[in-house]
Design a protein around this ligand. Structure first.
Ligand code: SF4
Length: 164
């Protein structure tokens, strides 16, 4: 059985920082077929829901993993949540490695400081920048194929390959 790790919010689970979700019918269908494995790194890292929004201070998720950057809340509380983000990334990696032989990809929510694959928000303003979230960086550094939730063409191609 092939497996795909997915950001849990894409399944419709209300795990977003604001208590909402990013339900995606394609991900729901993968879950109904027993293929999608939903995980929320920020919840796995011990953060509550709802929770204050957070951003990476500089660089991207790779910088956080190497200790060169932090993750801080941006609601004015200026809390350092770096350890939570790292814990969530390593817990997600733990599950992905349990499925190492059957995990064909990880479909992750774009623009998130945990799950963003190509884009994350800048700490200092609301501009998008190129870069990976902490979990996306860790999974890709360990050899897992990661796809951004917005790359519909690649996701549809992946589903075709699963069906072959
Ligand atoms: Fe959780 Fe990732 Fe979705 Fe954020 S983007 S709610 S960390 S699964």
């Amino acid at each position: 059985m092939k497996r795909v790790i997915v950001s849990a919010c894409l399944l419709g689970i209300n795990c977003k920082y604001n208590g909402g979700n990013n339900r995606d019918p394609l991900i729901v269908e993968l879950f109904r077929r027993g293929i999608a494995v939903p995980l929320c790194p920020e919840q796995l890292g011990g953060l509550p829901t709802p929770r204050p929004p957070a951003k990476i201070t500089e660089g991207d998720g790779f910088s956080v993993i190497s200790g060169k950057a932090k993750v801080k809340t941006v609601d004015g509380s200026d809390l350092d949540v770096t350890e939570n983000f790292l814990k969530g990334a390593y817990e997600t990696l733990y599950v992905a490695e349990l499925f190492k032989d059957s995990c064909v990809a990880c479909i992750l929510k774009e623009k998130s400081p945990s799950c963003g694959v190509r884009k994350i928000y800048r700490f200092e303003n609301d501009d998008l920048k190129d870069g990976r979230g902490v979990t996306a960086a860790l999974l890709s550094s360990k050899g897992f194929k990661i796809l951004p939730s917005e790359d519909r063409e690649s996701i549809e191609k992946l589903i075709e390959e699963i069906d072959e």
